[in-house]
Design a protein around this ligand. Structure first.
Ligand code: FMN
Length: 332
């Protein structure tokens, strides 16, 4: 209700300005632990915790990567009732990302287009920030990526540097090879490159679970090759999916999220579950913004789900609503 009133005002703003405003509000909330705990007590769902990849999740609904790239407000996401958060994507060195405008709403079909390009403060700054926070009582994942100027044949060095710096503050690490907004990044989605990347990151994060986030367009034999390489070399699970690659209103490449991604992401989750069986974890993401879409993702084989675009259209209390709904759903 409150968000229904605020949304028209937020939608008057440029999409990235509205995002920054929301993030500032979340940062404020996170700086008041008493208020955060109070809010958590009121909104967080009472559902049974689930264990996935050896970690205990208070509920199945997480914040997807990209919303809190620089780890400014983990406590706020917990306060709103999320069961986990994936921070980042963080690269070894800070970078500005692509020139604005680089985020667009398409309200008619509840979509967002973005071509952010891994804008983030870099692994040292994010690690420092996390070292100064009280850790909220839910799993924190950190997504790592490579800097724009690092060639793909040296990508594993970047992933390993970022992962080594951030792992002390993470419950799990995820490797992002599926953003459409870093030129050539998706070419790392091959058997050979994934084996190298997973091994390199595995070597620096100790026993912590490792996830790999894949693109929705990766399918069939190519998808199987990537899944097999990831799991054979020590990944605990897969996150599916990232945004779909399309072009923005100015004809530039970007990623599409929200409703138009929903069916594709759902198909991919089912295809991945079929291939990996029950031995690996699966996080479903893409176009989830109501109870039916959340339940469908779990029914397709996801252990956990994540949301981003749904928050923009439905507001932050969506997390608790979905967590309540899928908390009650038997797994398969
Ligand atoms: C503005 C924006 C920035 C994003 N940045 C990242 C990112 O840094 N790393 C990542 O793995 N995914 C990123 N994503 C993708 C989301 O995590 C998610 O996979 C995708 O949006 C599909 O979920 P949704 O339909 O619920 O938004 C971003 C998405 C948006 C809209």
């Amino acid at each position: 209700m409150m968000y229904r009133l605020a949304r028209p005002l937020l939608f008057q703003l440029d999409a990235e300005d509205a995002h920054n405003l929301a993030l500032r509000a979340a940062t404020q909330l996170a700086s008041w632990p008493t208020l955060a705990r109070w809010l958590h007590r009121f909104v967080s769902p009472t559902v049974s915790p689930v264990t996935v990849a050896g970690l205990a999740f208070p509920n199945r609904v997480g914040l997807a990567a990209g919303m809190d790239k620089n780890a400014v407000a983990p406590l706020a996401w917990w306060a709103f009732g999320f069961g986990f958060v994936e921070l980042g994507t963080v690269t070894p060195l800070p970078q500005d990302g692509n020139a604005p405008p680089r985020m667009f709403r398409r309200p008619a079909d509840r979509a967002i287009l973005n071509r952010m390009g891994f804008n983030n403060h870099g692994a040292d700054a994010v690690a420092l920030r996390l070292s100064q926070f009280t850790r909220p009582p839910f799993p924190i994942g950190i997504s790592v990526g490579k800097n724009k100027d690092t060639p793909n044949d040296r990508a594993e060095t970047d992933y390993a540097i970022a992962a080594a710096k951030l792992a002390p503050y993470a419950d799990f690490i995820s490797i992002n090879v599926s953003s459409p907004n870093t030129v050539g990044l998706r070419e790392l989605q091959t058997q050979e490159a994934m084996a190298r990347l997973v091994l390199a990151v595995r070597a620096v994060i100790g026993a912590k679970p490792l996830f790999v986030k894949v693109a929705p367009e990766l399918t069939g034999h190519d998808l199987h090759a990537v899944l097999d390489a990831c799991l054979a070399n020590g990944a605990a699970g897969i996150i599916a999916t990232n945004t779909r690659a399309i072009t923005d209103p100015n004809g530039k490449p970007c990623g599409e999220s929200g409703h138009p991604l929903r069916e594709l992401a759902l198909e991919r989750v089912a295809e991945i579950r079929e291939r990996i069986g029950t031995n690996a974890a699966l996080i479903g993401c893409g176009g989830i913004d109501d109870i039916a879409s959340a339940r469908n993702m779990i029914a397709a084989g996801a252990d956990l789900i994540q949301i981003y675009t749904g928050l923009v259209y439905e507001g932050p209390f969506l997390a608790a609503k979905l967590a309540r709904a899928v908390g009650a759903t038997p797994k398969f």
